[in-house]
Write a protein that binds this ligand. Structure first.
Ligand SMILES: C[S@@+](CC[C@H](N)C(=O)[O-])C[C@H]1O[C@@H](n2cnc3c(N)ncnc32)[C@H](O)[C@@H]1O
Length: 294
């Protein structure tokens, strides 16, 4: 029997305008969401008696640059590539990194250096500059996003890396924490193990690593029924940018969308990491919170 949520997702997948209507926040609701995100982050830091660095107002990337990093459908430009939504999303996800540290029993004061793989326009990393004692480093495949970040966020270090490891700028055991939001969801499966080993190499032993993966929720929105069946049978499905089901960002950047079952994700990441939690979401991507074995 199809459950309520599954039926709802199937309907949204068949009629994407319903999905966009759900995402389209009026300007005041978007402002409210950003305010709520900011208050939640402040509340979290207060709970940890952490005195944050309050960064000055930062530049917002132009919509066409945002489009290369986080849009599922072209219509998302009008719903997501606007300042309040962009900032609210980044704030919530920066908070998720800090909450992951809390869950993994890692004090904020021990995060002396934090690395983001696939930082895009530093949507998330910019907010981690509240951690006044942390050196922040971001890296991305795409030259245009790295150049934009370097020009607009001079207090953060940015590098461009290749599709395949290594991260030439990073030493062994360099970072206290790393995260990769919506990045392993775009790395082709033939390179996944290499990237998992590379992140493990640059992290200190027991350091925090969080990353998102496309869980059941997004898979059911993006894939047709035959592909969902293939995902269940094989444990993974990879879409190239020419696939009609590929996300908009993937199409315009000629990348990949990678879908894996929870079992396959756990198997792949547990070669180098102890998994603290696999957090399923029925709104966004699933989040994997880990500690380096190394
Ligand atoms: C969906 S975007 C997410 C950007 C950012 N993490 C965020 O949450 O706003 C995916 C990003 O990963 C980058 N990317 C994909 N494969 C990569 C790789 N092998 N190395 C570094 N960056 C990669 C893309 O260029 C893109 O900026």
């Amino acid at each position: 029997m199809i459950r309520f949520w599954e039926a709802k997702r199937l309907i949204e997948a068949r009629f994407p305008s319903l999905w966009h209507a759900r995402l389209r926040l009026s300007p005041w609701r978007a402002r409210l969401r950003r305010k709520k995100a900011s208050e939640k982050l402040t509340g979290f830091l207060e709970k940890h008696s952490y005195i944050p660095n309050i960064p000055a107002q930062r530049a917002i990337p132009p919509p066409d640059l945002i489009a290369t990093t986080s849009l599922m459908w072209p219509e998302d430009i009008s719903t997501k590539a606007i300042p309040d939504v962009y900032l609210a999303g980044g704030l919530f996800e920066a908070l998720a990194v800090m909450e992951a540290a809390e869950l993994a029993n890692i004090p904020l004061s021990s995060l002396g250096s934090v690395f983001e793989l696939g930082c895009g326009t530093a949507r998330v990393l910019r907010h981690l500059s509240v951690l006044n004692h942390s050196k922040l480093v971001g890296s991305d495949l795409r030259r245009e996003t790295v150049e934009w970040c370097r020009s607009n966020l001079p207090d953060i270090e940015f590098h461009q890396n290749d599709l395949e490891p290594p991260l030439k700028f990073a030493e062994d055991n360099q970072f206290d924490a790393a995260y990769a939001y919506s990045v392993f969801t775009h790395i082709p499966l033939c390179l996944q193990d290499k990237w998992i080993a590379e992140i493990s190499r640059i992290l200190k032993p027991k350091a925090l690593f969080c990353c998102t993966v496309i869980g059941d929720h997004h898979a059911s929105i993006m894939l047709d029924l035959a592909s969902l069946e293939r995902l269940r049978d094989k444990g993974h499905v990879e879409l190239g940018y020419q696939s009609p089901m590929a996300s908009y960002s993937t199409k315009i950047t000629e990348s990949w969308d990678v879908f894996q079952t929870e079992a396959e994700v756990r198997k792949a990441f547990s070669t180098c990491f102890d998994i603290v939690e696999y957090r399923k979401s029925n709104r966004a991507l699933d989040l994997l919170i880990m500690r380096n074995k190394g």
